[in-house]
Design a protein around this ligand. Structure first.
Ligand code: MLT
Length: 409
């Protein structure tokens, strides 16, 4: 009989968001009258702005005309989009990234999992705890961990805790690791990293010949001019970092699907015999073998994010979600709760009242207030006793959520 990949047997329960969905569906079927407000998964609610829709329509029309019809595009993405990204997201911020170092894809979740294919099996992997669960689960699936402990920590992974006690600033490891996942602005805590903090990570990676897998999916929410948007704003990062970016949250692409990954040509890793090889060539090989590119209309739509009309329209939506985050943060603070994040990020991270276990607080919030959030322990052992609220919803729902919170507490 065919054998399964037994590493999947090590995974704890279901993936976090489907598990939340399961509990909410059960609750809704038992209480069909309840008007449930969802501040759980970070999924956008606002429609695409006019400049993006116009670009999408135009590209769809081109596909219906022989002279402008397109078949397979370049797997790495069309030049028009790669150039717009390089100019606007990197060169404009003083970060040297060339268009041919950008790989357009259908999502950062997939890329951050798939990237593991180009790394050797015995790399030591470090994650910040709490952590976006994809980083951990994809390493489990790839066989890079042992079994999980009762607290949900996998053997062989290095966990770096961040909590209120250390100001959510992860300590630089005092041991060698090969791959380090960093996510800023952070999912789930909504906290950011300063240039000095990122410089310490880049210096560590250079010293240890490690590689940083930098997830900047929420960079568009940064409002503080001192906070870096890209790891490549940090001197030396081109030799040690891969960066993941997504249009999902910043421009409403969770349904359309478009993202990109930057692999600098200066980034090397070694073979077992010590020969240094560029990771760009490996990722290009993987990408061209297993991926046929994002559809032409979607890439034209993504290009419009950077157009003169698109830029302010996209910014207006980001500002809308940031105002939601402010309402949640200030609202909860006003109720005496301990809250973090939500200033340069669409997530607010709160301490559960009376230090309730995260899932108990989730169930209580759902039962008593018909509100959905994300239990902190779903992001890792250090998230226990915390809870995440997302700012992605209508203004009316966010305001109503605060009213229900106040009644419940
Ligand atoms: C989240 O809520 O953490 C995100 O929506 C998950 C994701 O982007 O995959």
């Amino acid at each position: 009989m065919a054998r399964i990949n037994e590493d999947y047997q090590k995974l704890k329960a279901g993936y976090l968001f489907p598990e939340i969905g399961r509990r909410v569906t059960k609750f809704c079927s038992e209480h069909p009258e309840a008007k449930v407000i969802r501040l759980g998964i970070g999924d956008v609610t606002e429609p695409l702005p006019p400049a993006l829709i116009a670009a999408l329509h135009k590209a769809v029309d081109e596909m219906g005309v022989r002279s402008s019809f397109r078949g397979y595009g370049p797997e790495q993405g069309y030049d028009f989009l790669r150039q717009a990204i390089a100019d606007n997201d990197f060169k404009a911020r003083g970060a040297a990234v060339e268009p041919d170092e950008i790989f357009v894809s259908d999502g950062s979740k997939c890329d951050s999992g798939n990237i593991l294919e180009i790394f050797g099996q015995d790399n030591i992997v470090a994650v910040i705890d709490p952590v976006y669960p994809v980083y951990v689960d994809t390493n489990v699936m790839a066989g890079r961990t042992g079994p999980a402990s009762d607290a949900g920590r996998y053997e062989k992974l290095v966990y770096i805790p961040v909590t209120a006690e250390n100001g959510f600033v992860p300590a630089i490891p005092d041991q060698h690791v090969d791959l380090i996942y960093l996510c800023y602005p952070n999912n789930p805590t909504g906290m950011t990293a300063t240039k000095a903090e990122l410089q310490r990570w880049v210096d560590y990676a250079r010293r240890e010949q490690a590689i940083i897998l930098y997830d900047a999916a929420y960079e568009r929410f940064i409002t503080d001019p001192e906070i870096p948007h890209s790891i490549y704003e940090i001197p030396g990062a081109r030799e040690v970092a891969i960066e993941f970016r997504s249009f999902s949250k910043t421009a409403g692409f969770t349904g359309l699907r478009c993202a990109f990954t930057v692999v600098p040509k200066t980034l090397m890793a070694s073979t077992a015999t010590g020969e240094k090889l560029p990771l760009h060539a490996l990722w290009n090989r993987r990408h061209t073998t297993k991926f046929n590119g994002v559809s032409y209309p979607v890439q034209r739509c993504a290009e419009a994010i950077y157009s003169a009309e698109g830029k302010p329209q996209v910014q207006a939506i980001v500002d809308f979600y940031l105002e939601n985050a402010r309402i949640v943060r200030e609202g909860l603070k006003g109720m005496g709760m301990e809250v973090y994040g939500g200033v340069n990020a669409p997530y607010v991270w709160l301490k559960t009242p009376g230090n309730q276990p995260s899932w108990a607080f989730f169930d209580r919030l759902l039962q008593d207030a018909h509100l959905v959030g994300t239990p902190g322990s779903g992001f890792g052992a250090s998230g226990e006793g915390y809870f995440r609220l997302s700012a992605f919803n209508s203004r009316a729902n966010v305001e109503e959520a605060m009213v229900r919170f106040r009644k419940m507490l």
